[in-house]
Ligand binder design. Sequence first.
Ligand code: ZN
Length: 273
Amino acid sequence: MRITFATEAAPGRRNEDFVGATPEVLVLLDGAGTPDGSGSGCIHGVDWYVRSLGSTLLANMVQDDGTLTEVLGNGIKAVASLHDFVCDLTHPGSPSATVVMVRRTTDDLEFLVLADSVLLLDLVGESEPTVVCDDREALVGRTHRSVMDTLANGSPEHHAAHREYVETMRGHRNREGGFWVAAVDPLTAERSLTGTFPADRVRAIALLSDGASRLADRFGLATWREVLDIMEGAGPVELVRRVREAERTDPQGSRWPRTKIHDDATAAYCLLG
Ligand SMILES: [Zn+2]
């Protein structure tokens, strides 16, 4: 497999995305940020959580023969045990992350997607990529973001509405009828979208955090096919550059309402041999 990736923090902030790969596996996580003034019950922070869970998953996907769901469940449990004696893991804002995992075995390509990062599968003989994205958070969020989306990013009113939005969404996190992310409970792994394709049917794959996928799914400036073509031709760095370029044309979020003007953006591309 030929793997390339790029990751870039939102300007002036710590990167709360994680990406890693070995010759057989890829992992991408996107940590859910905590707005200034909101608590989390954790002294470590979201960037610590995503790096701890991401590196644990990467190691265990290589060493463990269990299913990806089992590897994720065990990883969530292992990271919880690293801080449950000093942090309040019952806090509704405890650090959480989206997860995309891909593993190549002798004959197959296995995948797992939890929450709103995107997996694109470029299948042999098909012009349009297969898109795997868990839209449960977006569906719940749609009913709570209408006020925030009318306000200019950077204004005190937007900041207050964003904080209220995040705190409202916490009430739907890892609950029946809500949405599911990796946080504290290993059983949330069972809510992931999973699947397997014969490896010889898959030409290439791409993993995107929502800060990178927004070029297609929020801005509508590229199709998924074009996203794959950019990554194959010029590389993931070029995809992130185009996202930043588009964001700078809409500095207050009036054309494309969004919680953050710039988000951490991560893109990984893998061409199967
Ligand atoms: Zn902690």
